[in-house]
Design a protein around this ligand. Sequence first.
Ligand SMILES: [Zn+2]
Ligand SMILES: [Zn+2]
Length: 395
Amino acid sequence: MSRSQSSQQVPKRDNSHLPNWVGTFDEASSTGLHALKDNLHDQRVEVKQAKLRCNFCGKAEDNKKPLQCCSLCRTVHYCDRTCQVAHYKPVHKSDCKSFRNIPLCRSFTMDRILPGCKYPESVVFAKGHQEGIGCWVSTSGQIDCTLFQKAGNPLPSKDDASDDNPKTMMDALEAFPFGRAGAYLGLRVMVQNRRQADGKVVVIGNEILAVCTPRGADVLLEGMKPGETNVKIPSDLDNSQPLIGLKQAYIKLENFNGKEVKRTLPALIDGKACSVALSRGDYAIFSVHFRVGGPRITLDFQALEKIAHIQVPWLASDSTPPSLSPKDRKVTKAPMDHSLVASYFEDYRSHGEEAFITSHHGEARAKMISAGQDAVVSLLKQMAIHVGGGGRSMV
Ligand SMILES: [Zn+2]
Ligand SMILES: [Zn+2]
């Protein structure tokens, strides 16, 4: 979009068909909302200013000479090759291969606890790796834990003209009635190639599945929408029933090596299938939505506890462009950590929504939710998740 187009006047909207709170939003955007915006701004500044330190000697990065990261895992940084070599054998070698740590990426920062909170805002609920391809799964839900009403990108997106993404906050509020229980679970799936071999692997994004637990399938399949399909997956255990894999309702490649993906990029070799070629060390973050809601499931964690694992299909390929021959197809499974799901959402279960929001997202947001501005808070939370990029030079 050109500059002149984007600066055109937007006609005033008729908001009469929207819920009351949307109409009164402007007046009601009290100190709470401003405090929240300031808070998000502070977080961004903090993230930007946080100095990286060399993982071997501890020296802080200086602007003249940026630290360089391990090109295979992107989880550690060093002054130079000497520090890297000194750290590798005694410490880093096993971490690098074990996928213990997530690549450093500002938009996939896990386990950061906000001031006054007891729990982090985001955690990895499922992770796994197979033959050098690792995967981490977190949620991208609403902060009151209700499932999304619609599958798709809920955020206003000025740059992405390729689909029917909302363009303004008002569009988003209209298209996505946040804060009310829907049927879609939003997940963020990070996939990284840490194979020793140089060839690329192709991750087939639109075939990422949420595989139900044997007991959970019936409940997750309730409320199926017309045209919705799922797949039978042979169980790992002998003589047991095949598992049910839920096909996704929406997928988007969100981030590649720390940079937000706006339209397209060379690594996205098939936009329709959301297939991404990962060279050694590359990672991609997908936003994936699954229809899971039914009479018995309205909240994120009610769905998470019925999912056995997330599975990510990929193909090893040495040819360029990589061949998509199905014979080399492999799968990385990320089993859901059900005890983590239970403890992370314990406050909600025992004390309700407000207690959960207070202990995970802070008192200010909990108060705003009870004041009925839940939709706006949900949007802000989405924005917080999408803060920043984070590409760095490599060793
Ligand atoms: Zn150093
Ligand atoms: Zn490494």
